[in-house]
Design a protein around this ligand. Structure first.
Ligand code: CUA
Length: 155
């Protein structure tokens, strides 16, 4: 096969770029240990009510203006129903689903998580400004999906 010199140059450059990206990705994954989370926590979705900490869902103060919220998501609500924290509070959410895939999106924050049965989802957020933050389920989960919401009150 006869190939133009220009074509050879471009083939070499594009192959080089691909190899470069693969090396960068490999370096990040193996040397810098950057990668998707693994060994994430799991739970038997049938036994959520009997498994700590989900046997006692609710809000607990764990430090100076630091709170832990243990929450279960189910058709079609969030437990606990209402969360209230003071302004400036850092809240650590521990979430799981008791039935199907739900969403946990807190409007006007960066929180947007998928909550799957069998998995434990953890997110932390500091609420600097007082206000009411709407929490919605953004994964279609059935006939009552559109009413699945709650509120985080920051006083
Ligand atoms: Cu839960 Cu949509």
């Amino acid at each position: 096969m006869k190939m133009h010199f220009d074509e050879k140059i471009w083939l070499t450059i594009s192959f080089g770029i691909i190899m470069g990206f693969m090396l960068i990705t490999g370096y990040q994954a193996f040397a810098l240990n950057m990668g998707p989370p693994s060994h994430s926590e799991t739970i038997d979705p049938q036994k959520v009510d009997q498994t700590a900490p989900f046997d006692e869902p609710g809000i607990k103060q764990i430090g100076e203006n630091e709170y832990e919220v243990v929450m279960t998501l189910q058709l079609f609500n969030f437990t606990p129903m209402e969360i209230e924290v003071p302004a400036g509070a850092t809240v650590h959410f521990t979430l799981t689903s008791k039935d199907v895939i739900h969403g946990f999106q807190v409007v006007n924050t960066n929180i947007n998580a998928m909550v799957m049965p069998g998995h434990i989802q953890k997110i932390s957020q500091t609420f600097d400004q007082p206000g009411e933050f709407l929490v919605i389920c953004n994964e279609y989960c059935g006939a009552g999906h559109q009413v699945m919401s709650t509120v985080i009150k920051v006083k």
